[in-house]
Design a protein around this ligand. Sequence first.
Ligand SMILES: Nc1c(NC[C@H](O)[C@H](O)[C@H](O)CO)[nH]c(=O)[nH]c1=O
Ligand SMILES: CC(=O)[C@@H](O)COP(=O)(O)O
Length: 175
Amino acid sequence: MRIGIIKTRWNEEHVNNLVAGIKKGLKECKVSDTNIFETSVPGSFELPMAARFLALTGTCDAIITTGVLIKGDTMHFEFIADAVAKGIMNIGLQTSTPVVFGVLTCQNEQQVKDRSTGDNNHGYDWGKTAVEMALLRTEALGGKKGEESKEMLAAMGFGKADEDSASKEKKSAFF
Ligand SMILES: Nc1c(NC[C@H](O)[C@H](O)[C@H](O)CO)[nH]c(=O)[nH]c1=O
Ligand SMILES: CC(=O)[C@@H](O)COP(=O)(O)O
């Protein structure tokens, strides 16, 4: 299983803490470092576009987008938070690659710290969510029922991740 992490350079220190949490969650799920692809974008607003580009490479079974939005003095926060949440959902649905919404939307810095450090690092849960959704995707697209979808996805450029899952015979647990 290969997982992509796209992180922002906005609020970099907090985001790096979240990424550490994500990697802890992935490690517990036996995802090796070599199967984690990591890249960065300027801010949260750029996450959906980058997630789309990465999904279209067909190299990841799931993608985690992570960033930190902190409320400022204007409506900027509200517009970005709404656009990013909807954008990330859309990319997952459009590409059939699960995209985890790993963006904290906080009123202040303390709220961020409370959710990105110690035992309440939300990144940890996002790592596990990505693995669960990647497995679900494999079940959905890698089994017999998924043959047609797989061909369609291959034609659209979703090659590698699907080839990997197709080469293993999997017993479906979800469907
Ligand atoms: N204020 C925050 C931003 N703002 C930047 C935008 O995300 C974007 O990069 C810019 O509007 C150019 O398109 N980004 C965050 O991730 N967090 C913030 O608190
Ligand atoms: C420009 C930004 O990304 C953001 O920080 C806006 O903050 P504010 O709402 O205080 O203008």
